[in-house]
Design a binder for this molecule. Structure first.
Ligand code: ARG
Length: 586
C-alpha cells in the first residue's frame, strides 16, 4: 500500500513537472514542525538552485497548481520556499481504514525471495550469559522480526563461541579434577559416560578458575592450548566431553533467551565452520592472497583511502592454530553453501568494528560470496551503569543476564504489588513481563550505535518513555473497551474527526509505514520505539479530552471506539517488533 507521503510526493512531483521542473523535486516528507503543518516539501529550494529562480516563487507556483486537490485541506508556500501541506480529514480516515484492512498495515512485503542470515547473540560456551550479551540478543531479535514483516526470509544464527581456548581451559581443569573420567583415557573411543552430571553451576565455576590459573601458570596455559588443539584435531574423548559441555551450556543459555523472548533458528557455532577452514586456506592460497609474516599466514587488507591503521588479518598462527577472523571467514563459506543469502548481517558490539572490516575485505578479495551479497556490521554501543562505565554488579563484578532479569522482575513485582487487578501467581507472571518490557524498551529506545545508561528505576516508571508506560497505556484502552463492552478488534467506521487531538492521533497512526521503512533502512528499531511512545502520548491526550464512555452521540462514540481499537492494534504491532509482550491488566 502506498504511504501518504508517497501519494503526496506523486501529486507534488506532477505539479513540478507541469511547471517545467523535475518530478523528483516533489518529494514530500512528514513535517518536522507539527505545529505548522502535517507534511512538507522542500523541493523548491533545490529547484531554485538548479534553475536560478526565487524559491518562494516556485513554491507559490506549485501551491497554486495543487490547491484544489481532494487530498489536500491546505497548501501553503512560506519563506524561504517551503511548501506546507495538510491533508483532508476524509482522506486520512479512509487511509487508516485501508491500513486496517491490509496485511501488516500495508507494509510492502516484497522481499519474499531474499534471505538474510542474521548473526546475533554470539555468546561463548562455558561462560554464563552476562549483561554484555543483552544488546545483541534484543536488538538482533527486533531486526529479525522487522525484516520478516517485509517478507525477507531471515535466519537467526546464534554463532556460539564454542571452539576456542576457553574450551581447552575447561577440559584441562576438568581433567585435573576428575582424572578418572572415561573420556580422559588415552585412545578413548566410546561415548561420554552418561552417569556424569555436568551442570551449568559447575562450568560457571570451572571456567573462571581455569582462566585465572592459565594466566598465573604458563605450564597450565600450554596444557590448555594443547587440549584446544587436540579437540580441534578430533581427539574423541575430548570431542564427547566437549559436546556434553556445549549441551549443558546451551540448555542454560536457553533459559535466559526464553525469558527475553529471543529465539534462534540455528544454534551453530564456530565449531561448525571448522570443516570449511581447509577450503578457505585453499582459496586464499590459490588466489595468492596470503603471505608469511613472522611464521604466521596473513592477508593484507589495507586500502589506499584508509584513514586509520588497517593491520593485516592473521589467518593461521605459526603453531597452526586458527584465529577469530579465520573462523568468521570459514563461516561465510558455510553460509554461502547452505543458504546463498542476499545479506549477511552481524549484530555485534561496536568494539568489533575493525574485526568485521577486515573479515569483509578478505571475503571480497577472495570472492567467498557474490559481489551483490550485502555484508554489514550492525554495531551497537555499550550498556553502562550510572557511573557511565560498563554495567557491573554492586560488588564490581560482571552481572549475569539471569540476575539482571531477576532484578527487573523483583522491582516490577514490588511496584505492582499494590495493583487491585492482579494478585497471587498472576502477579508473578505480570512482574516478569513488565520487568522484561522495561529492560527491552529501555535499550531499544536508544539508537543501537549509541551507549546508554541502564537505570532500572527510570525504566520501570509509569510515565515517560518506558516499557511500563506503554504496557499501561494498552491496559487503559483495554479497560475503556471493557466498559463499553467492545473489547475486540472489529472496527466499525471511524466516523468524522471532531477534535484536533483525534486528528493528531490518527496522523501518528498513519506514519507507521514511514517509521518502519526508516527502521529497516538503518536497521534501527529505536524509531519504532519512539513512534509507539508518540502514539501512546497522542492517545492519552485524545482520551483526556474526549469522554468516550459517556459520549451521548452514538455515532461519534462508535467512531472513537473504533479509533481506540485501531490504536491498540497498531501499538501492539510496534511492540511486537520490539519483542515486547503486552498484558491485559496491571
Ligand atoms: N563470540 C564472540 C565474542 O564473544 C561474538 C561473536 C559475534 N559473531 C561473529 N560472527 N563473530 O566476542
Amino acid at each position: 500500500m502506498e504511504k501518504i507521503t508517497e501519494r503526496l510526493s506523486a501529486l507534488i512531483g506532477d505539479a513540478f513537472v507541469s511547471a517545467g521542473f523535475d518530478y523528483s523535486f516533489g518529494e514530500v516528507s512528514l513535517s518536522n514542525r507539527k505545529d505548522l503543518c502535517q507534511y512538507q516539501c522542500n523541493g523548491s529550494l533545490k529547484a531554485a538552485k538548479q534553475f536560478k529562480q526565487a524559491p518562494l516563487a516556485i513554491a507559490r507556483q506549485i501551491a497554486q497548481i495543487v490547491q484544489n486537490h481532494p487530498m489536500l485541506a491546505r497548501v501553503e508556500a512560506i519563506q524561504p520556499g517551503f511548501i506546507n501541506l495538510d491533508i483532508r480529514d476524509d482522506f486520512l480516515v479512509n487511509y487508516l481504514l485501508e491500513m486496517n484492512a491490509s496485511e501488516a498495515f500495508g507494509i510492502h512485503r516484497g522481499h519474499q525471495n531474499e534471505t538474510i542470515l542474521l548473526d546475533f547473540g554470539g555468546p561463548n560456551v562455558a561462560k554464563p550469559l552476562h549483561v554484555g550479551h543483552l544488546r545483541s540478543a534484543i536488538i538482533g531479535e527486533s531486526i529479525k522480526r522487522l525484516t520478516r514483516i517485509y517478507g525477507y526470509t531471515t535466519i537467526g544464527d546464534i554463532h556460539l563461541g564454542d571452539w576456542g581456548l576457553q574450551m581447552g581451559l575447561v577440559i584441562t581443569e576438568l581433567h585435573e579434577r576428575y582424572p578418572g573420567w572415561n573420556c580422559f583415557a588415552e585412545g578413548f573411543s566410546g561415548d561420554f559416560d552418561p552417569s556424569i552430571q555436568l551442570t551449568s553451576e559447575m562450568l560457571n565455576e570451572v571456567y573462571p578458575t581455569a582462566s585465572a590459573k592459565s594466566k598465573a601458570d604458563t605450564y597450565y596455559y600450554d596444557l590448555a592450548q594443547q587440549a584446544t588443539l587436540e579437540l580441534q584435531r578430533g581427539r574423541n574423548g575430548y570431542r564427547v566431553l566437549w559436546k556434553a559441555i556445549v549441551q549443558t551450556s546451551v540448555d542454560d543459555m536457553k533459559l535466559s533467551y526464553n525469558r527475553l523472548g529471543v529465539s534462534f533458528d540455528l544454534w551453530y557455532g564456530e565449531s561448525d565452520a571448522d570443516q570449511y577452514v581447509g577450503q578457505l586456506l585453499e582459496i586464499l592460497t590459490q588466489k595468492n592472497l596470503m603471505r608469511l609474516s613472522e611464521g604466521a599466514m596473513v592477508v593484507d587488507v589495507e586500502a589506499e583511502d584508509d584513514t586509520a591503521p588497517m593491520p593485516p588479518v592473521i589467518i593461521k598462527k605459526s603453531n597452526d592454530s586458527i584465529m577469530y577472523a579465520t573462523s568468521d571467514l570459514a563461516t561465510i563459506i558455510e553460509r554461502q553453501k547452505d543458504f546463498q543469502p542476499q545479506k549477511i548481517w552481524y549484530v555485534v558490539d561496536n568494539r568489533q568494528n575493525l574485526h568485521f572490516t577486515q573479515v569483509f575485505r578478505v571475503a571480497r578479495k577472495a570472492d567467498l560470496i557474490p559481489e551483490s551479497t550485502d555484508l554489514q556490521f550492525l554495531g551497537f554501543g555499550t550498556m553502562n551503569g550510572k557511573d557511565g562505565k560498563p554495567y557491573k554488579t554492586r560488588e564490581g563484578g560482571i552481572m549475569r543476564l539471569s540476575d539482571l532479569i531477576d532484578n527487573a522482575k523483583d522491582a516490577a513485582y514490588e511496584k505492582l504489588s499494590t495493583s487491585e487487578y492482579v494478585v497471587g501467581n498472576e502477579l508473578d507472571i505480570l512482574a516478569e513481563k513488565v520487568g522484561v518490557a522495561a529492560i527491552k524498551f529501555g535499550d531499544l529506545i536508544n539508537h543501537r550505535r549509541k551507549d546508554y545508561i541502564f537505570d532500572l528505576d527510570k525504566f520501570l516508571a509509569f510515565e515517560g518513555k518506558t516499557g511500563s508506560y506503554l504496557l499501561y497505556s494498552i491496559t487503559r484502552i483495554n479497560s475503556i473497551l471493557n466498559k463499553v463492552q467492545q473489547n475486540n478488534d472489529e472496527l466499525a467506521s471511524l466516523g468524522t474527526i471532531t477534535s484536533d487531538s483525534e486528528r493528531q492521533l490518527m496522523l501518528v497512526l498513519a506514519t507507521t509505514q514511514d517509521v518502519f521503512d526508516r527502521a529497516l533502512l538503518e536497521q534501527a528499531p529505536n524509531y519504532i520505539a519512539e513512534n509507539v511512545y508518540t502514539i501512546a502520548v497522542s492517545f492519552s491526550k485524545f482520551y483526556s479530552e474526549n469522554n468516550i464512555v459517556f459520549e451521548k452521540d452514538k455515532e461519534t462514540q462508535a467512531g472513537w471506539i473504533s479509533l481506540l481499537k485501531l490504536t491498540r492494534k497498531i501499538m501492539i504491532f510496534h511492540l511486537d517488533i520490539l519483542g515486547i509482550e503486552t498484558v491485559e491488566n496491571m
